[in-house]
Design a binder for this molecule. Structure first.
Ligand SMILES: [Zn+2]
Length: 166
């Protein structure tokens, strides 16, 4: 299991981690650097492939560029039902803001709507498999639907905390 940080290093925003195993290429969040205009995506996914994305929670610094990664790679998204619904609203809102402020985001309202077609809805505490990795979403008590994600591959486990509150 190889891990690469694509964003949020020493700063807030654009959270994204790239995780690679023998069979799968996954993203943990793919957020926007929201303090900037226009908001910036995490480091480029050029020369990478992504076949699934695990989303911890709805905030745009974790979800803001997911439609870009989804359409580029035809990836599957794993998240809670409420996270999908809230994220779609926030993304549509960010498109609205981009129009008002006069810049283009690299995805459209249609791309946002299309997220639902490729989403695997998960529940807390259940285990899901994707190729050679297993994941479990644990309640992170940060915002509604927020999760920490436990990832298992062979005999290794990592916990991606995302944002969490005690
Ligand atoms: Zn957050």
């Amino acid at each position: 299991m190889k891990i690469e940080f694509l964003g949020a290093l020493n700063s807030i925003g654009a959270s994204a981690i790239y995780l690679k195993t023998e069979e799968s290429s996954a993203l943990l969040d793919y957020g926007a650097k929201t303090g900037e205009t226009p908001p910036k995506p995490p480091l480029s996914l050029k020369e990478k492939k992504v076949d699934c994305i695990f989303l911890t929670h709805t905030h745009l610094d974790h979800s803001g560029f997911i439609p870009l990664a989804m359409k580029k790679f035809d990836a599957k998204l794993f998240c809670l039902d409420i996270t999908l619904e809230l994220t779609k609203l926030l993304l549509l809102d960010s498109i609205k803001i981009s129009k008002e402020e006069g810049y283009d985001l690299p995805f459209t309202a249609k791309d946002v709507e299309n997220l639902s077609k490729k989403t695997v809805l998960v529940d807390y505490e259940n285990e899901y498999s994707f190729k050679d990795i297993r994941v479990k979403f644990l309640n992170a008590s940060h915002v509604v639907g927020s999760a920490q994600i436990l990832i298992e591959h062979k005999n290794k486990k990592i916990l991606y905390s995302g944002d969490f509150n005690k």
